[in-house]
Design a binder for this molecule. Sequence first.
Ligand code: ATP
Length: 254
Amino acid sequence: MADSVRTQGLFKRFGQQVAVAGVDLVVPRGSFAGLVGPNGAGKTTTLSMITGLLRPDGGLIEVDGVNVWRDPALVKSRIGVLPEGLRLYERLSGRELLHYNGQLRGIPEAEVERRAEELLKVMDLVESADKLVVDYSTGMRKKIGLAAALLHNPSVLFIDEPFEGVDPVSANSLEEVLRRFTGSGSTVIFSSHVMDLVERLCSWVSVMSRGQIVAQGPLDEVCGGRKLNQAFLDLVGVRGNGEEGLTWLGTAKQ
Ligand code: ATP
């Protein structure tokens, strides 16, 4: 069976800046996969290319065995994406947003209705369902975006920082939904800086640094008996950023 995602020699530069320098990312089907790396490592750029939002300068990408840049429409019909800074239709209510997404995806109206109501309930958005999205809080936006990304039952879901701004109660139900989703053979790939979250949720992890994959595999293999946070520091190298300076900071002077 094909992996959910496979890239070979993925490459992207912005002017002189090489953002992604030959990435071979592999994510087996049914994984709860974490993509981690320091700021600027190239995670967002990589995910944007895999989801068909940004054209690569080189390399190959397959999602469910389909070449993303040869058949972008087919791939987009099979994936759900919740990117960083997602733009939503602000003048629709949460419920309207889900119905509109359902129509765009060609799902029959009765089915959209059923799925939308279930998702609103799981996301604890029933009471806010008729409020305009422009008036939603950060966490509510994340939840309605996630509901929209799940509505067509994608086989692979890509999320940037899944629970950022989401309250603990909602995070708990979302976690449950995503676990059930991967348990049924679908795949979740998310990028995060929250190592505890990655360690708790993920079966698979890919570590990026300076535009390349520096380690990837089952979580326990990548950790090699260490906490993920320690493995991460060992892999990406602890940088001396002069933090021993700043001697003026925090000294309560009269
Ligand atoms: P973070 O964890 O901070 O979100 P990241 O791993 O997602 O970081 P990217 O956003 O992929 O990193 O950025 C990788 C590199 O590419 C950075 O050096 C960034 O400055 C550069 N870069 C990304 N997008 C652009 C762009 N549109 N134009 C120019 N440079 C860019």
